[in-house]
Design a protein around this ligand. Structure first.
Ligand SMILES: Nc1ncnc2c1ncn2[C@@H]1O[C@H](COP(=O)(O)OP(=O)(O)OP(=O)(O)O)[C@@H](O)[C@H]1O
Ligand SMILES: [Mg+2]
Length: 361
């Protein structure tokens, strides 16, 4: 059986995944949330029913991503924090991502991501969690006749941020890239996620290992700085909003980025959260600037700060006001234009595995 190379960043907020289909890269992404489905499979004559994918996993049925927060009558499950890597829920999101990428039962070379400061501490634990399930992920999406089995023949664990930096070092085929020269001097890769912010220092394109242990700020991300306080404010506005949670706010913000309308709706009530979103965004950008100032001496020896992760979309412009000429997103690099900041880690991870493949050929 041939091996499929898959790179998955099943983060605290979003699961992003990439694989190769022929010569082109295919990606998928969905919020890292799920809810149990209790619906039976039957039709009521004359009625249509809402259609959404259901995944059978370890004897239970789940709805995933935005479907979970929109359709579920039950509580939404997520796992934010340090013990999630390689655990049951993360393995589930990985299996769903592989299925959404269009992969059927096959051997998989998996590249996955952890916050940099966890790498040394948790690498063996994560690998042993996969060994406990014989390095196999078995999922039965509704509509399939038999379970789909992903055989993980190889698991590469890469620090978040490094994946993103790899996009500069290697080209689409995993070969050394021309854009590596754009990383001369000291460059900080700041990966701002849902729950963590990771800062990785590269010196002339080489990874500074000393920076690894202090690289991750836990509880310092979009959830704690923007979504939770916004949800709390909205809940207080009207009785209709009393059940609004951070996933509802997240959906509203993602919708706002697309449509320009930042509205939360519940029952008969609507509320525009754009102004308050901007306020929290500003405060978060200042907090990131403070973090960089204190950890990296006001960026005195840093030539460039490259922002990736979902937070990059939110605060890049604001941070650029604090550090003019020194802040960049992937869009600022010609070779990186087609890499979204949310997918930077997974694209880099895929390129890393291609490089290894080239070396063994
Ligand atoms: N274009 C976009 N599409 C989806 N989400 C976006 C977009 N722009 C910003 N976001 C925000 O980014 C969040 C996901 O960010 P990201 O994928 O970096 O988090 P994560 O990697 O899961 O978290 P962590 O790194 O803490 O584990 C979304 O929940 C949303 O709030
Ligand atoms: Mg992340």
């Amino acid at each position: 059986m041939s091996i499929n190379y898959v790179s998955i960043d099943a983060g605290n907020g979003f699961t992003n995944a990439a694989t190769l289909k022929g010569k082109s890269v295919k990606t998928v992404g969905f919020p890292s949330i799920r809810a149990m489905s209790r619906a039976d499979d039957f039709d009521i004559e004359g009625f249509g029913s809402v259609n959404y994918p259901i995944y059978n996993w370890q004897g239970l049925r789940y709805v995933v991503g935005d479907d979970a927060s929109l359709i579920s009558l039950d509580s939404v499950e997520s796992h934010r924090g340090y013990n999630r890597y390689g655990n049951e829920m993360q393995r589930f999101f990985m299996a769903v991502a592989m299925y959404q990428l269009g992969l059927k039962s096959s051997d998989i070379d998996l590249t996955m991501f952890v916050p940099p400061s966890l790498l040394i501490e948790q690498k063996d634990t994560i690998l042993s969690r996969f060994e406990d399930v014989n390095n196999q992920l078995a999922i039965l999406p509704e509509g399939e006749r038999k379970p789909i089995i992903y055989n993980l023949v190889n698991i590469n664990i890469v620090p978040e941020g490094i994946g993103a930096a790899t996009c500069f070092m290697l080209d689409k085929r995993g070969k050394p890239s021309q854009s590596a020269s754009e990383l001369s001097g000291n460059v900080l890769f700041v990966d701002i996620g849902m729950y963590t912010t990771d800062v990785v220092l590269l010196q002339n394109g080489a990874f500074n290992r000393e920076s690894l242990s202090t690289a991750t700020s836990e509880g310092f991300g979009i959830a704690d700085r923007i979504l939770s306080p916004l949800a709390e404010e909205v809940r207080k506005k009207a009785a209709d909003f009393s059940a609004i949670n951070l996933y509802d706010i997240d959906r509203a913000l993602r919708n706002g980025l697309k449509t320009g309308e930042f509205t939360v709706s519940s029952g008969l009530s609507n509320i525009d959260i754009e102004e308050r979103f901007n306020a929290y965004k500003g405060a978060f950008s200042n907090a990131v600037a403070d973090l960089l100032d204190s950890q990296y001496s006001s960026l005195r020896n840093v030539q460039k700060v490259v922002l990736v992760g979902g937070g990059a979309t939110f605060i890049n412009d604001l941070l650029a006001e604090t550090y003019p000429n020194r802040t960049a997103t992937l869009e600022n690099y010609s070779s990186m234009k087609d890499v979204s900041p949310l997918e930077a880690n997974v694209i880099g991870g895929l390129r890393l595995s291609l490089m290894k493949q080239l070396q063994t050929e």
